[in-house]
Design a protein around this ligand. Structure first.
Ligand code: SF4
Length: 221
């Protein structure tokens, strides 16, 4: 494969989703690779982007999602890119959006924990952002993800300024062992104070994997 052509480390393609991660009928396209190390990550295998992972070209991606073109157009749907962290693949996505004038909607599920340049590059193409902010509390964010939340908070502020609140939904999970309901509520208040209006609080559903690891300190994950 020509290494100058951007390729995408494909994790999975999940078609025909209805109003789950964007308007209308969507296909979720996820990638390997994530800058965070969330303790209760449900996409364990998606965190790391290894050499041997299958990488696809923009043409291959288009071929795999175009079968539902009529559903996307009829319902105002399209593609939702998730992860891992899709903004690590911004060169590939820019190339895809420039190559195909589809009329589809493009949604992004992101932690925004990437350099601002990655976010900015895709602003002309993205219709809707679903931002997983984890927590607005700096120490909780650090303990849960192993990374500083400053980048996410700065990027969220910049993104809000550039695209407006109607294009952004922020999700705040209740994270067992890492914060309280009061802290989840406090994060919501901070986001509202920033000018964001679409905020969804939800609870992580702990699976068997998580329950077995409940007693492990975060730095052992
Ligand atoms: S942002 Fe998502 S994929 Fe990345 S480590 Fe956290 S839960 Fe896992």
């Amino acid at each position: 494969m020509d290494t100058t052509i951007p390729t995408y480390p494909l994790y999975l393609i999940s078609p025909l989703r209805m109003e789950v991660d964007g308007e209308g009928v969507t296909t979720l396209v996820t990638s390997y690779g994530c800058p965070l190390k969330c303790a209760w990550c449900i996409n364990e295998q998606a965190k790391i982007c290894r050499e041997e992972i299958k990488r696809i070209t923009v043409e291959e991606l288009y071929d795999r999602v175009k079968a539902h073109n009529l559903y996307y157009l009829a319902t105002g749907g399209g593609l939702t890119f998730g992860g891992g962290e899709p903004l690590l693949q911004c060169d590939f996505l820019e190339c895809f959006f420039q190559t195909y004038q589809t009329g589809w909607k493009y949604n992004l599920e992101t932690s925004l924990a990437v350099p601002w340049e990655n976010v900015e590059k895709l602003i002309p193409y993205i219709d809707y952002y679903i931002v997983d902010c984890k927590s607005m509390n700096a120490s909780t964010y650090q303990a849960y993800t192993g990374c500083s939340g400053q980048l996410m908070r700065e990027n969220l502020q910049l993104l809000l300024k550039r695209v407006g609140t109607d294009k952004i939904k922020v999700r705040i999970p209740f994270i067992p062992q890492y914060h309280t309901r009061e802290e989840q509520e406090k994060s919501k208040e901070m986001l509202l104070a920033m000018g964001l209006t679409n905020i969804e609080c939800f609870s992580y559903v702990l699976r068997e994997f998580h329950k077995k690891n409940m007693d492990k300190p975060a730095d052992m994950e």
